[in-house]
Design a binder for this molecule. Structure first.
Ligand code: CA
Ligand code: CA
Length: 210
């Protein structure tokens, strides 16, 4: 378990020397009186967002070492006096149980409207009485990070072309997916992204001029 039994493992559980028991006991009472210990990254030795037994274990492994002996030992010398000792432990103990405040979650990533722009003209007597359809869908990165996602599309008719494409967008950037389709009938188009929400759009062509 602990490599060094001179120190309490966690708050209040005291093993070893009388000095450690005395100081540990007092600090335990102080820590108990405080509702929420303050998070300080210096004491979160394994940087997992909480100051707990894992940090105490790391501290114990460097107990009574000189700060100059290793970068890890230096990290445990909280008061910077050159040695990892009971004073450093008391500082760690005062922050025991503290939890890092969650950083704001990133804003939602890619977004596409549920309904895309879809217009059609026709039927064109000069071109096999085909309709000319144009589908357009803006995809915007509403997140805080540059992301790469795959979009795919298909039409309501089995012969309508399908496809997929990888797109990379910086925060705030918009890519407009566009598809032009000639057909004897009006076709609905579907667009789908591989992200979690707001990832589907449907295009039902509206006949704007004959
Ligand atoms: Ca930690
Ligand atoms: Ca020290």
């Amino acid at each position: 378990m602990a490599q060094n039994d001179k120190l309490p493992i966690g708050v209040g559980l005291v093993i070893g020397m009388g000095l450690a028991i005395g100081i540990g006991g007092v600090l335990y009472a102080a820590a108990k009186a405080k509702e929420a210990p303050e998070y300080d990254a210096r004491f979160d030795l394994n940087n997992d967002g909480v100051i707990d037994d894992y940090d105490v274990e790391i501290f114990q492994a460097h107990y009574e070492m000189l700060a100059s002996s290793s970068p890890q030992a230096a990290a445990c010398d909280f008061n910077g006096d050159g040695i990892v000792d009971i004073i450093d432990y008391s500082m760690l103990n005062a922050h025991y149980g503290a939890v890092r405040e969650e950083v704001a979650p990133p804003a939602k990533g890619f977004y596409m409207p549920p309904k895309m722009e879809a217009v059609a003209s026709g039927p064109d007597p000069e071109f096999l009485n085909y309709y000319n359809m144009l589908f357009q869908c803006p995809i915007t990165n509403k997140g805080n990070n540059t992301e790469t996602h795959t979009i795919k599309w298909w039409g309501s008719h089995p012969d309508a072309p399908t496809g997929s494409r990888e797109i990379t967008l910086a925060p705030g950037e918009t890519y407009v997916w566009e598809h032009q389709q000639y057909a004897m009938i009006l076709i609905t188009y579907y667009l789908e992204g591989d992200w979690a929400e707001n990832n589907r759009s449907i295009g039902v062509p509206e006949l704007v001029f004959a």
